[in-house]
Design a protein around this ligand. Structure first.
Ligand code: NFA
Length: 103
């Protein structure tokens, strides 16, 4: 609803569909110290991977340096990054997690 300077009101229907939200990739980075089992656990708990998916994705990060763990709207991606950082910090692991806009 808009009200102009003369006090007239205009009511416009919202378009039927909203544009999809911008999406962000959440990416895990390899390091030499974080235990493989810890990374698998994070992938299961934070990214809802099965044990098999988590193992494969952990190995992809290990051998390729990084891998996309999931794609989410901004706030959800940011929350997952924060949770991974807190889990890693709480165990003193250097595991790095970042988010990047989907190209
Ligand atoms: N490279 C780590 C190791 O050999 C395992 C790891 C995998 C760490 C994925 C971070 C991310 N213990």
């Amino acid at each position: 609803i808009e009200i102009d300077k003369q006090g007239a009101t205009t009511v416009e229907r919202q378009s039927a569909r909203l544009a999809p939200p911008p999406m962000y990739q959440v990416i895990l980075l390899n390091d030499d110290y974080t235990p493989m089992e810890f990374v698998v656990n994070v992938l299961e708990r934070v990214f809802a991977k099965t044990p098999e998916q988590a193992e494969q994705l952990m190995l992809k990060v290990h051998y390729e340096g990084r891998a996309v763990c999931g794609v989410y709207p901004r706030d959800i991606a940011a929350t997952k990054v924060e949770i991974v950082r807190q889990l890693a910090q709480s165990r003193q692991h250097p595991l790095q997690c970042v988010m990047e806009p989907v190209p």
